[in-house]
Design a protein around this ligand. Structure first.
Ligand SMILES: C[S@@+](CC[C@H](N)C(=O)[O-])C[C@H]1O[C@@H](n2cnc3c(N)ncnc32)[C@H](O)[C@@H]1O
Length: 257
């Protein structure tokens, strides 16, 4: 009997991030790449108060949270659902003797299960390097956006990134993918048009690529107000190390209330 093909779900993604190649990849980034210029530029523009209580969702091995500590922020909490990455983030902070930052294992779609976060109110929240789009299923991404909204004070900013499905260089590829979906010949593990699930030297990666309309609808449906968006390349000229680590992406800034 043929094995049943299952859709990618949160457990698949968590297992992929806990796998050795992914852990090495994100740990190297946390140790040797740190904050990108574009991230620094947007963070200091929208979260200028170094005393702000900031929450980083999908903190991985600590690249952004530890980078924020070095920018002078002192009330930092990072969480990730991949235990192996959280351990790496904690090791990095310990190695550098950093205090005043907290790393937790938690799932962005189930924050109410995390007692430490339950009654906290943050001044800002970040979900960088496309982590939000690595949640399979639009409704689950909306659950995460609502959960992050719930743990923020009114006026808090939410910064996140996506890959652009409407990038002109990819239009032909997406047209071919639309034909595959129309014929029912897409990868059966995908949930929605715009999803990708691929393997490379860093392991397996699930990623949803949204269009603009979808992000506007999801922000409105989860209580966030769109403030600003720009591509990384519009914001800054990144070093070769950053460009090797990641393709261009779009930064979004939203506000609670
Ligand atoms: C592309 S990695 C980025 C890691 C880190 N922020 C960086 O920039 O190096 C995305 C991260 O989001 C995390 N993630 C994805 N879905 C999540 C969820 N539902 N809850 C918590 N973390 C999640 C993954 O485990 C992974 O560490």
């Amino acid at each position: 009997m043929a094995a049943e093909i299952t859709k990618v779900d949160g457990a698949t993604v968590r297992d992929d991030f806990n796998a050795i190649n992914a852990v090495l990849h994100y740990t190297r980034a946390a140790h040797f790449i740190g904050l990108w210029k574009s991230e620094r530029e947007l963070i200091t523009r929208y979260l200028p108060d170094r005393n702000a209580r900031l929450l980083e969702a999908g903190c991985g091995a600590g690249r952004v949270t530890v980078g924020l500590w070095h920018q002078g922020y002192r009330h930092l909490t990072g969480f990730d659902f991949a235990a192996e990455l959280v351990e790496q983030a904690q090791n990095l902070a310990n190695e550098q003797g950093l205090k005043d930052l907290t790393f937790l294992q938690a799932d962005a779609t189930q924050l109410s299960a995390c007692h430490i976060l339950y009654d906290k109110l943050f001044d800002g929240v970040l979900f960088m390097f496309n982590g939000l789009m690595q949640i399979p299923g639009r409704e689950s991404r909306r659950v995460a956006m609502r959960e992050l909204h719930r743990v923020c004070r009114p006026g808090a900013h939410f910064l996140f990134t996506t890959h652009d499905r409407e990038d002109p260089k990819d239009v032909k590829e997406w047209a071919k993918e639309a034909d595959r979906w129309a014929r029912g010949e897409q990868n059966p593990r995908l949930l929605e048009f715009g999803d990708r699930y691929f393997s490379d030297e860093n392991g397996n990666t699930f990623m949803h690529l949204p269009d603009r309309k979808e992000i506007f609808e999801d922000l409105a449906a989860t209580g966030w107000r769109h403030i600003h968006d720009r591509t990384r390349d519009e914001l800054a000229s990144e070093t070769p190390a950053v460009r090797n680590f990641s393709d261009n992406c779009r930064f979004w800034v939203a506000r609670k209330g």
